[in-house]
Design a binder for this molecule. Sequence first.
Ligand code: NAD
Length: 520
Amino acid sequence: MNNLEHFNANAFSNTDSTQAATTQLIGHFIQGGLVTKSNRKQAVYNPATGEISKEVALADTQLVNQVVQIAEQAFPAWRDTPVIKRARVMFKFKQLLEENAETLCELIGQEHGKICHDAKGELQRGIENVEYACGAPEFLKGEYSKNVGPDIDSWSEFQPLGVVAGITPFNFPAMVPLWMFPMAIVCGNCFILKPSEKAPSAALYLAELLKQAGLPDGVFNVVNGDKEAVDALLHHPKIQAISFVGSTPIAEYIYRTATSTGKRCQALGGAKNHAIIMPDADIDNVVTSLLGAAFGSSGERCMALSVAVAIGDEVADVVIAKLKQEMQQLKFGNYADTSNDFGPLISQAHKDKVQAYIQSAEQQGAKIVVDGRDAKAVGYENGFFVGPTLIDQISAEMTSYQQEIFGPVLQVIRVETMQEAMQLINDHEYGNGTCIYTRDGEAARYFTNNIQVGMVGVNVPLPVPVAYHSFGGWKRSLFGDLYAYGPDGVRFYTRRKTITQRWPSAQIREAKQFAMPTLN
Ligand code: NAD
């Protein structure tokens, strides 16, 4: 029996007798075990075939409240577990993630549709966050100053918050949860994850592996659900902090609600990522890297490059001609076939939306150079596929430029100068990622200094920060003060406490002092 069969057989076994025997019901992971009872449920699709493959249980407020209580009960013992022991759970977890990578990628492929090689990349990026979390004994050491006053020593500790929650999107079913909970847990918190209801299985499998790694029951719980579960978390008085990743309208709602109920919150939202192509750029390299950055994962990445800003018509014409040629070779289809470059979109509704954006660009005067609207994947004609699409002569007023498309669509804007290109980027409401292609160090330095975007690449199309930096955009791509993971993650999941201490000896007795204490 391979790992996946074991997981399907044991972890998802259907305990709801009212459920048809053939449909798998994906439940929750609570107090170290799977719970599948639910009043409400929702279909989970195989996006490559367009068929319903499973169902997911949707937690109600009562269930969320029970889970918060369970996590609260687990907190004191976990908080007081020595940090080296908490880190050892992460060491073991990393090993289990690597050993079971295929199972995880399979689960991601079944529900999200991304090709196995892309799922492996996502998982590896997630594992790097677990590796960073293994350094907790070092990064939680705190700060110490001896003799801040006569016989007085002072230190700062970074204490866990308590019960914290994460709400994650469909497009990275493993990586985005791994941005959050390894750090939260290793810092001594208990964590409740509410994954996307569109791709829920990977989160349950992560929970299973964490249990195998030795995590005590109740420290990490997964509740599947929709708005009801999210609202229950947002309004629960015992939840101390919420990390959210998803679309901007929901991120705004989460941030506003969480902070109004006194919670710490970081809410990462949507994006519109531009690449400036300077006339001196290595055009062949630009074309190759744009293909992956625009169409990889079907464009369903918050760091996908969706707008190429060409400086001058000559650059635009050459890039478009080469892209057009290369795009004929791109293959899309089912996740298991690794000769495919990308897979389907997540749902029929999303496919309709992407097609509507392409149509709106056409209606508003843009030129469709390569049209993927009616493209079909051979053998998967009912899947939620849109083929790679290239649109020229886009302008800033167009709907398809102003909004996030989140599909395999690359739009080209023609401008005359780099200043004009930077103005476009700085004026856009999103500020997640951007990139400049150039051989000119002075231009690159000017760009990195002055562009109003949180993550910037120089000849690097997807400048996703590594796990020991932190991830976050500017403007309406992030709500909150701290970025996700890395050093900002440590600060987000801990609370500083500063202790100032003196042990008076028989010889030293303090005189009465009514002025503010100073060392003068
Ligand atoms: P989404 O906003 O629809 O859903 C994200 C989460 O919010 C899910 O868990 C969902 O159940 C929940 N949710 C949805 N509607 C809700 C509501 N009305 N009230 C409360 N909760 C609700 O996003 P998605 O479609 O799953 O993911 C794609 C989006 O995520 C894109 O906009 C993409 O740019 C963004 N994203 C951003 C980053 C980043 O780091 N900035 C990373 C990945 C994805």
